[in-house]
Design a protein around this ligand. Structure first.
Ligand code: HEC
Length: 199
């Protein structure tokens, strides 16, 4: 096939797929998406996962049907994991998968300036600034570029708000919690989402 015919074939394929696909595997070489749109989209999916687990598993089985408890020591107690543990476990699965994929550079975490689990404290200057920003602004999102190990990243921090009284009561009374004056609707921490940037 000559070049012109190849172009036409690609165009036909793109029209058939209805997606503007220009590569053989459907990967698009023409369009781009801004890092902000990308992280905002990822945030919706990540947030939905935790909300769905909280609603369809935790609230239903522990509060409504009372068939099982939720516990931080869920393995020993043969109980359900906390939403924050479910969240971290999901993020760790993403980390494991990304290690084997050179094309993807993405990670996320639930962090706080007042973490129950010390490792959930800020890990970079941008995370620290972002957590402070979302707490001070009562919920605006923080966006920044950062360079880590010589690589450029786009990093966003989304406020994590005490939407229910149990958020407040558990954190305020937890023996490892460094902060005990949370109130309903306070920003308790943030979801950090980071994607690698390439030119
Ligand atoms: C029954 C206790 C409990 C409840 C309820 C609870 N948390 Fe947590 N939360 C924890 C524990 C324990 C961790 C540490 C989990 C880990 O990473 O191992 C944690 C982690 C977090 C973190 C990460 C920083 C840290 O403290 O380690 C944030 C932010 C957070 N929770 C916010 C919330 C919000 C918002 C709610 C309500 C929607 C909530 N939590 C409900 C116990 C609780």
């Amino acid at each position: 096939m000559n070049k012109k015919n190849q172009r036409i074939a690609r165009l036909v394929l793109a029209l058939m797929l209805g997606s503007g696909a220009s590569g053989a595997n459907g990967a698009d070489e023409t369009y781009s998406i801004t890092p902000k749109t990308m992280v905002d989209t990822l945030h919706l999916v990540i947030k939905a996962g935790r909300a769905s687990y909280t609603q369809t598993v935790i609230n239903r089985l522990t509060k409504e049907e009372k068939v099982i408890k939720v516990s931080e020591h869920f393995i020993d107690d043969r109980a359900l994991a906390l939403p924050a543990q479910f969240f971290r476990h999901s993020a760790e699965i993403v980390d494991d998968n990304i290690k084997n994929n050179d094309n993807l550079d993405f990670n996320y975490a639930l962090r706080s300036l007042w973490p129950i689990r010390k490792k959930n404290g800020p890990q970079t200057a941008a995370e620290k600034a972002g957590l402070k920003y979302v707490a001070d602004s009562q919920g605006d999102t923080y966006y920044a570029e950062e360079v880590l190990d010589g690589k450029k990243y786009f990093t966003a921090v989304y406020a994590d708000v005490a939407v229910s009284p149990v958020c407040v009561s558990c954190h305020n009374t937890h023996k490892r919690s460094p902060r005990r004056d949370f109130e309903l609707n306070d920003v308790m921490g943030g979801i950090v989402i980071r994607i690698g940037l390439t030119n």
